[in-house]
Design a binder for this molecule. Structure first.
Ligand SMILES: C[S@@+](CC[C@H](N)C(=O)[O-])C[C@H]1O[C@@H](n2cnc3c(N)ncnc32)[C@H](O)[C@@H]1O
Length: 271
């Protein structure tokens, strides 16, 4: 990957996912031996969503985490957002094929995680899958996600993580560097996209480093769990409630609280 500025990086990522969108789901199932569904369910459980809650699944791609959340938790308001429209188009087709089974439709929004088009403190949870490995500014993306979370809300993210040292490391590297690009070329015809995956995985933060970034973004109760021989990790954290301020004379007199303006599930920008 030969890109220089954040905007060149974003264009590179959009172009790459645009090219593999049609075969993305199949490749995921093959690369993870079908295990990715289990990790996505774990993401949804960690988000601790109550019926009727508001969820933002950012970098939703074809909507895998969003669909899993809709299946597991009744009556959710789900905003599925991404900056690569062809990925979301595949998700929309899937949604129309699946039918809603009486569940609320997903609201598909075009959005960049570095500049979320939402008011602050509106979502009960923000989830993402395989996002942070692809962003030029992890701290900036986290800051935006924390901003839109309600106090007490949960941020949960699934990503690849560099394989731990040990006996299995050479086998994992072989899988990443040889098997996945071959599979990628065969299934999608886009070997370079699947050379980028191992490269970005091996150069990504370790699970502990990513946990530190979540803490630095102001999250508390941060934790993570590894999967698939330590090559995947789900991280989570909670946005703390603001500490209560001593009641002042002014607030006692005018004490009104404005309702945060939330995104509307009807405001689907992809129709
Ligand atoms: C590997 S796919 C993951 C899709 C889905 N979350 C999943 O778990 O399968 C990564 C997605 O991140 C999106 N993405 C990368 N950078 C982004 C950004 N700055 N803002 C929004 N989406 C972004 C890409 O467009 C792509 O759809």
């Amino acid at each position: 990957m030969d890109v220089h500025s954040p905007s060149e990086h974003a264009a590179f990522v959009q172009h790459m996912f645009g090219r593999i969108a049609r075969r993305y789901d199949l490749m995921n199932r093959l690369m993870t031996f079908g295990q990715d569904r289990r990790w996505r369910r774990f993401v949804v459980r960690q988000a601790a969503l109550q019926p009727g809650a508001w969820l933002l699944d950012i970098a939703t791609g074809t909507g895998d985490i969003a669909f899993e959340a809709r299946r597991l938790v009744p009556d959710l308001h789900i905003v599925a957002a991404d900056f690569t429209l062809p990925m979301m188009r595949v998700g929309q087709l899937r949604e129309s094929r699946l039918g809603g089974n009486g569940r609320r439709p997903l609201a598909w929004h075009a959005a960049d995680t570095l500049h979320l088009p939402y008011a602050s403190n509106v979502f009960d949870a923000v989830t993402s899958g395989y996002l942070f490995r692809n962003v030029s500014d992890i701290a900036g993306a986290l800051a935006e996600q924390v901003r839109v979370l309600k106090p007490g809300g949960r941020l949960v993210t699934l990503d690849t993580t560099p394989p731990p040292r040990g006996l299995l490391r050479p086998f994992i590297q072989f899988h990443l560097r040889v098997i996945i690009p071959l599979l990628g070329r065969w299934i999608t015809g886009q070997a370079d996209a699947y050379r980028y995956l191992p490269e970005s995985t091996l150069n990504f933060k370790t699970a502990e480093e990513l946990a530190d970034l979540l803490r630095a973004a102001g999250l508390v109760d941060v934790g993570y769990r590894r999967f698939m021989l330590g090559t995947m990790a789900v991280h989570w954290g909670t946005k703390p409630a603001p500490s209560p301020r001593p009641a002042s004379r002014d607030s006692a007199i005018s004490g009104t609280m404005s309702r945060p303006v939330g995104p509307s599930p009807d405001r689907s920008v992809l129709s």
